[in-house]
Design a protein around this ligand. Structure first.
Ligand SMILES: Cc1ncc(C[n+]2csc(CCOP(=O)(O)OP(=O)(O)O)c2C)c(N)n1
Ligand code: SF4
Length: 275
């Protein structure tokens, strides 16, 4: 197991640093949690492929020293599906933002869940489009402010956990950049899981989401995560009234179901045997 600085030397392309993230952006914390999970699982880096879309979060792929593919906005899961089908031995991990995954890429997300293909999808959810200047996304809370919602967001947000559960994902967890130990644990289980796994990592964008919604700077946003997100077991014990303004984090789904590439290999074997 590696310590903090060893993780950077071992898993980051130090030549590509410094990164572009704003001071206080927690995408870096989430990215580090991912490398820690990979380290603790002791996986062969050559067998890992990181695929990202477009957004501040998706820039993580450029900093990580694995096989990486920085693709187009919303299409990371489509590329990842192709990679996994071509070489099912690989651990294919998608890094995507809330906008990338659930707006332009929403259809890819739900259909990958439905197929239960063995991909791990890490959604860095900062509740806003960071890269393009703070427009509201499908996870921006109702009434929250964004550059395109100056009077408050009139849309109702997706609950990503419930969305992917409904679509058929077989491992689902929500963690936060504040509760990093737990987040790393969920990432480990997601990567080790056979089937479509999703980890929603609550991240913070102090530059747009924090500033526009007067949550504050980096420290203010950490405090907000600490105050808002409650471990599922504790949340489940709360009275209805005390749940107001709180969001549960933890593991929501962990089930086994036939995995897409395995089913495809089985069918291929059967068909070829008949030829
Ligand atoms: C086809 C296409 N449409 C729009 C864009 C512009 N664009 C780039 S990143 C982005 C949003 C990113 O937001 P999110 O996925 O939430 O990631 P964040 O930057 O917040 O980490 C958009 C709309 C694009 N690059 N390509
Ligand atoms: S704009 Fe927001 S999401 Fe993008 S790097 Fe800055 S703080 Fe992070």
């Amino acid at each position: 197991m590696s310590d903090r600085s060893q993780l950077v030397d071992k898993y980051f392309r130090v030549d590509n640093l410094p990164h572009i993230w704003c001071p206080g952006c927690s995408h870096g914390i989430v990215t580090r949690a991912l490398t820690k999970a990979i380290d603790e699982l002791d996986l062969d880096p050559d067998k890992i492929v990181i695929v990202s879309g477009i957004g501040c979060s998706s820039r993580a792929a450029g900093y990580l020293n694995f096989n990486t593919l920085h693709t187009t906005h919303g299409r990371a899961i489509a590329y990842a599906t192709g990679i996994k089908l071509a070489n099912p031995e690989l651990h294919v991990i998608v890094i995507t933002g809330d906008g990338d995954a659930s707006a332009i890429g929403g259809n890819h997300l739900i259909h990958a869940c439905r197929r239960n293909i063995d991909l791990t999808v890490m959604i860095f959810n900062n509740n806003i489009y960071g890269m393009t200047g703070g427009q509201y996304s499908p996870t921006t809370p109702h009434t929250a402010l964004g550059t395109t919602a100056p009077y408050g967001n009139i849309d109702r947000p997706f609950d990503l956990v419930r969305l992917v559960e409904g679509a058929g994902a077989t491992y689902i967890a929500r963690g936060t950049a504040y509760h990093t130990l737990q987040l790393t644990g969920y990432m480990k289980k997601a990567i080790a899981h056979k089937g479509l796994s999703v980890v929603e990592a609550i991240s913070s964008c102090p530059t747009y989401y924090g500033r526009k919604n007067r949550i504050g700077d980096a420290v203010g946003m950490m405090q907000w995560m600490k105050d808002t997100f409650v471990e599922k077991r504790a949340y489940d014990r709360l009275d209805e009234e005390k749940r107001i303004g709180k969001v549960p984090f933890g593991e929501f789904v962990n089930i086994q179901a036939p995995e897409y590439t395995a089913v495809l290999a089985e069918i291929t074997k059967r068909v070829e045997g008949r030829l």
